[in-house]
Design a protein. Structure first.
Length: 352
């Protein structure tokens, strides 16, 4: 049998670097992705960020259908990020307010054909490439019939395929869905499934995402930490499966001649050194001297501290003739100080 070269699946980059790495290039082109998670896990932020990145980075238009929030609330909430969504909503991102009042009463047959007709006209007018159905579960609850729910979801899927749109559908992930009931059938219907999770670990709030399904494509397994910043979601990129890097034999000074002599000429460049000791045994003094020596060599240095402020560290080190202030002013030295309990270890790494 003659074998042929496999054809990679076409994808659309999300512009979220860590996610594009773990998903192998982004979301499937002209296919549907289901984004699931609990309240506050990042589903809506992720979806809006994808649309904003597509508009800003590649001049691609998109449609956002809001079933859970009012359209103006979506814009107001997203204005806290640096995407410029209020401006984008005027020309490249159409936000359809499909918010349903809790007082709505269904009378007679109900389907999505009317909304889909509006969206088709808007898609052709804008030449849209993306579409988001945010909070689809809110709409489906009106039907109160699992058969009708499946019918409407398949109607959406077929409509998306006919209109060549790359789609994101968001839905709540609760205990019922975990057990395989309620809207679990959507996970079988779509081509890609992304789970967002928000939980407490040792009293610290932690956000993670995991790609659990990607039809026709490989992806990085496991859950990856994420954080929220001015530009939206930041995802810790996956580590390569193989450890391949050059081990340098160059030695660099730790700042103390006698300490360098004990180490045979200093520390190996690119190596990691663990310094342990009881309080008051000069651990911070030692790394302060190391940072000063690196800056004196003209090397950019990152100084990370937990539970002690930057100004306090600089003041205390100056008492033993270690002056980091001029190096910080010159930009050679960047100092980061954070509270250990404020974020998970992975989120601290993302911030750094």
């Amino acid at each position: 049998m003659n074998r042929v070269d496999p054809q990679p699946l076409s994808k659309m980059a999300t512009g979220i670097e860590g996610f594009d790495q773990l998903s192998g290039g982004g979301l499937p082109l002209n296919r549907t992705t289901l984004v699931m998670g609990g309240p506050g896990s990042g589903k809506t932020v992720f979806s809006l960020q994808v649309l904003a990145n597509a508009a800003c980075q590649r001049d691609e238009s998109g449609i956002f259908v809001a079933f859970e929030e009012r359209g103006r609330e979506v814009i107001e909430n997203a204005a806290t990020f640096d995407w410029g969504l209020p401006t984008l909503a005027e020309r490249q991102i159409y936000i359809l307010d499909a918010h349903l009042s809790p007082t709505v009463i269904q009378s007679g047959d109900f389907d999505l054909s009317g909304i889909l007709a509006i969206l088709k006209a808007k898609k052709e007018q804008m030449n849209a490439r993306w579409i988001v159905f945010d909070g689809i579960d809110v709409l489906l609850m009106l039907l109160q019939d699992p058969i009708l729910e499946m019918r409407e979801i398949y109607r959406i899927r077929d409509w998306l395929a006919d209109n060549a749109l790359t789609a994101i559908i968001t839905a709540k992930l609760d205990s019922q869905i975990v057990q395989g009931t309620n809207y679990g059938f959507m996970q079988f219907m779509v081509d890609c499934v992304v789970h967002f999770d928000r939980c407490l670990e040792y009293g610290v709030p932690t956000h993670r995402l995991q790609v659990t399904k990607y039809r026709g494509s490989d992806f990085a397994p496991g859950a990856f930490p994420l954080s929220f910043g001015p530009s939206g979601i930041e995802v810790a990129p996956p580590e390569p499966p193989e450890i391949i890097h050059e081990a340098s034999t160059e030695r660099v000074s730790a700042g103390f001649e006698r300490f360098d002599a004990m180490l045979g000429g200093g520390l190996f460049r690119g190596s990691s050194t663990l310094i342990t000791g009881a309080p008051g045994t000069s651990k911070t003094t030692l790394i302060g001297k190391f940072a000063e020596a690196a800056c004196q060599r003209g090397e950019r240095t990152l100084f990370v501290s937990f539970d002690e402020g930057v100004d306090q560290i600089i003041r205390n080190l100056s008492s033993v003739d270690i002056d980091l202030h001029p190096h910080r002013q010159s930009g050679l030295l960047c100092m980061y100080s954070g509270r250990t309990e404020a974020r998970s270890a992975e989120e601290h790494l993302i911030k750094m």
